[in-house]
Write a protein that binds this ligand. Structure first.
Ligand SMILES: [Zn+2]
Ligand SMILES: [Zn+2]
Length: 349
């Protein structure tokens, strides 16, 4: 089988050939049908996150071992199952939940595998879907998708469940406007799911006019230039006093300033994006204004199940998806880095 592997951080992925593995125990082997390219693949390829102030978080310190096949937004067809993998028929088309925990710790036992301290996520700590085949450790991470188009389902594995998990943390989703910072692949997914979940209205912020245009076309109530000197003031104006909830899909020093400064008393600033940086906040206003700063990281297997139920009821999120051959993976990652991608690019072997 072909696989595109990160062998050295900071270098392009390498095309390698390996014998196709055979599933043992509870493992399930999928033939890859679609693998979405996510912004976090760029961080993985770099090997670090920017902590601000010149500090870096190294992925090697977090347990990433090379070489590893990237690709965590995967759909595939079941081609072989281990002797203990029950309920997965050969030929079934499956979405693979990639956020896999150790299975033994507290968060894993209470179905919060995405908060496990020893994650084995596919495409990060274990081989992912930029390959002809992908091995999934247990059927519980597989969700049957029937006839849904693989390339449109694949982004649900990361961009879908990540924004779904963040939107679920907004108590005022149906009663007040929600501010979404970032209108890239994650932002347009968040906007689409916000609508499907019965969200009141969405104010979308982005520095790029092309991305603001895409958000407007996707029925954002308002779009705001994130590079304007008065972005937070514009949000406070539009929300008549400040936002009850801001979902920051960028996560930079600049976006954090905008998001946090836009909040109303009792408001919630939810950070999802991993662009990197830092921020300084005065402490007394946090209690006095009863503000919440919350992080949100991907989603649990049951959130993935809930998201797929929502999609079955209301249809797939209409996020623009372009398909490209798997061999183009390095070119696609370069385009994503240059900010040239609207929506999502999905690779097909
Ligand atoms: Zn991702
Ligand atoms: Zn665990």
């Amino acid at each position: 089988m072909r696989m595109f592997q990160l062998c050295v951080c900071g270098e392009p992925l390498q095309a390698n050939e390996q014998p196709t593995p055979q599933p043992t125990g509870s493992e399930v082997l999928l033939k890859t049908l679609a693998a979405g390219v996510c912004h976090s693949d760029l961080h993985l390829a770099d090997g670090w996150f920017d902590l601000g102030g010149g500090k870096r978080l190294s992925l090697a310190d977090r347990g990433m071992k090379l070489p590893v096949t990237l690709g965590h937004e995967n759909v595939g067809e079941v081609v072989a199952v281990g002797p203990h993998a029950k309920g997965v028929p050969i030929g079934a088309r499956m979405l693979a939940h990639p956020w896999i925990g150790c299975g033994a710790c507290g968060p894993c036992r209470r179905d919060e595998e995405n908060l496990c301290r020893a994650m084995k996520s596919l495409g990060v700590f274990a081989n992912g879907g930029y390959a002809d085949y992908i091995m999934v450790p247990h059927p519980r991470y597989l969700f049957e998708i029937g006839d849904l188009p693989a390339e449109r389902v694949a982004p649900l594995a990361c961009s879908g469940v990540t924004t779904f998990g963040a939107l679920k943390k907004v108590p005022t989703l149906k009663t007040e406007p929600t501010v979404i910072i970032g209108a890239g692949g994650l932002g347009l997914m968040c906007l689409a799911l916000h609508q499907k979940m019965g969200g009141h209205s969405a104010i979308v912020v982005d520095v790029d006019p092309a991305k603001r245009k895409a958000a407007k076309e996707a029925d954002a109530a308002h779009v705001i230039d994130g590079g304007a000197p008065d972005t937070a003031a514009q949000i406070i104006d539009l929300t008549q006093g400040g936002a009850w909830a801001v979902i920051d899909l960028v996560g930079s020093s600049q976006s954090a300033r905008v998001g946090y400064d836009s909040l109303i008393k009792g408001g919630k600033y939810i950070i999802v994006g991993l662009f990197g940086g830092d921020m300084t906040v005065s402490l007394p206003p946090i209690p006095m204004r009863a503000l919440t700063i919350q992080g949100s990281y991907v989603g649990s297997p049951s959130e993935m199940g809930e998201l797929l139920d929502l999609v079955r009821r209301t249809g797939l999120p209409p996020v623009p998806v372009a398909t490209r051959p798997l061999d183009d993976v390095n070119a696609v990652m370069d385009e994503l880095r240059a900010g040239k991608v609207i929506g999502r690019v999905v690779l097909q072997p």
